[in-house]
Ligand binder design. Structure first.
Ligand SMILES: Cc1cc2nc3c(=O)[nH]c(=O)nc-3n(C[C@H](O)[C@H](O)[C@H](O)COP(=O)(O)OP(=O)(O)OC[C@H]3O[C@@H](n4cnc5c(N)ncnc54)[C@H](O)[C@@H]3O)c2cc1C
Length: 352
């Protein structure tokens, strides 16, 4: 079976990996445009969620990641856990109770207990929640690893202009140099998805959601977990640099534009980071803006739509959801099924 995947970010790569494993002949076409995966914070979690179904999808993906890292050693996914103190007192207890009701793994830690886990962090609060099953993924590197491991043919630097279909069956994708033939086409083109789908009259309304991350120069201190503070999230990259979000609760950030200069953002972020970290004052290394592929209703869009053989997979929190999306889209194309219940709220038909 020939499958063309448009987009080689974390979603396209995960689908390519699973499809190739199942025996499909896969070609990935990537335009080389700025990818959300390369500018992601990379926190794999289910403590952020919209509703019970969304939480369950995220938990399923966390399980799929555990299977993936067991099957394929050395992937850049670290199950380091997250320490959460966006609020204290009642707010913290509400968070603990709501996640507990969902059956999620949550530990309550005193300051002394969290200090044992993060000895280099100063000023830890009195109460912290720990989500031990959450991970950090280096999403750009993970996408590249999965593509390489998939053995798929990869065409880079080529823009897919549209989908070719005859008598309501997909024939492949149109590029500037002609048709690339395939019986199944997956559009996993992030923010570029609506334009490609429009060529066959499929609607996918999306909103503009820029996100900003600040990276510091490498530091000697060690942060082991993803830290979720009232100011923003921070974690340490494998090379010792810190990666911090410019706003608190960055996954729920609904700003449609960036209004501060890079310098203002970096100074503000270092303003809350510096007092937290033992050692020399932090220096900023980079400020990066990325665009979240955000469907209009904020929820993932996964499934078959339009001419037979056309599939779409576009979502925010795509790093968290990549593992389950790869499994599910691959199973649906290979007609193995099993994901209907999990994916029912996320079908593209809701926009048609
Ligand atoms: C600042 C920021 C922080 C984030 N933090 C988190 C987080 O902590 N946890 C989490 O789970 N998620 C997070 N996300 C979201 C997550 O990064 C994205 O949902 C995910 O990376 C999307 O992956 P993707 O493969 O769908 O898209 P992308 O990575 O954007 O890849 C799409 C690819 O499609 C290609 N393409 C586009 N149009 C065409 C075309 N016409 N022809 C050919 N190729 C095309 C592009 O070149 C690109 O490489 C964050 C995002 C941002 C921006």
């Amino acid at each position: 079976m020939k499958v063309a995947i448009v987009g080689g970010g974390i979603i396209g790569a995960s689908i390519a990996f699973q499809l190739s494993r199942s025996g499909a002949q896969v070609t990935v076409i990537d335009a080389g445009q700025p990818a959300a995966s390369a500018t992601s914070f990379g926190w794999v979690n289910a403590s952020f969620y919209a509703d019970r179904a969304h939480h369950e999808l995220r938990v399923a993906s966390m399980k799929a990641y555990q299977q993936l890292i067991q099957d394929v050693p050395d992937l850049p996914v670290n199950t380091c856990g997250a320490l959460w103190w966006e609020s204290q007192g009642e707010g913290l207890r509400e968070m603990q109770a709501s996640l507990g009701d969902l059956g999620y793994s949550v530990e309550y830690l005193t300051r002394a207990q969290s200090h044992v886990l993060e000895p280099d962090i100063k000023g830890l609060p009195a109460e912290v929640l720990r989500f031990p099953s959450e991970s950090a993924a280096e999403a750009g590197a993970l996408a590249d690893d999965l593509l390489a491991l998939s053995g798929a043919r990869i065409i880079r630097g080529m823009v897919v202009q549209g989908i070719a279909a005859t008598h309501d069956f997909v024939r492949g994708v149109e590029t500037s140099v002609g048709l690339i033939e395939a019986g199944h086409v997956v559009i996993a083109a992030g923010t570029g998805t609506p334009d490609v789908l429009a060529s066959v009259g499929v609607k996918l309304p999306m909103v503009t959601r820029p996100g900003v991350l600040v990276t510091t120069k490498p530091i000697k201190a060690k942060i082991r977990s993803v830290l979720v503070t009232p100011h923003g999230e921070v974690r340490q990259l494998p090379d010792g640099r810190l990666l911090a979000s410019a706003v608190a609760n960055h996954q729920g950030d609904d700003a449609s534009s960036v209004t501060e200069t890079p310098d203002e953002i970096a100074v503000r972020v270092l303003g809350w980071l510096n007092p937290m970290i033992d050692g020399d004052p932090l220096e900023w290394d980079a400020v990066a803006v990325g665009y979240r592929p955000m469907p209009e209703d904020g929820l993932p869009v996964i499934g078959e739509v339009g001419p037979k053989g056309l599939h779409v997979a576009v979502m925010h929190s795509g790093v968290t959801l990549a593992a389950i999306t790869g499994e599910a889209v691959s199973a649906e194309i290979m007609e193995q099924g099993g994901y209907d219940g999990l994916l029912a709220p996320y079908r593209p038909q809701r926009f048609q």
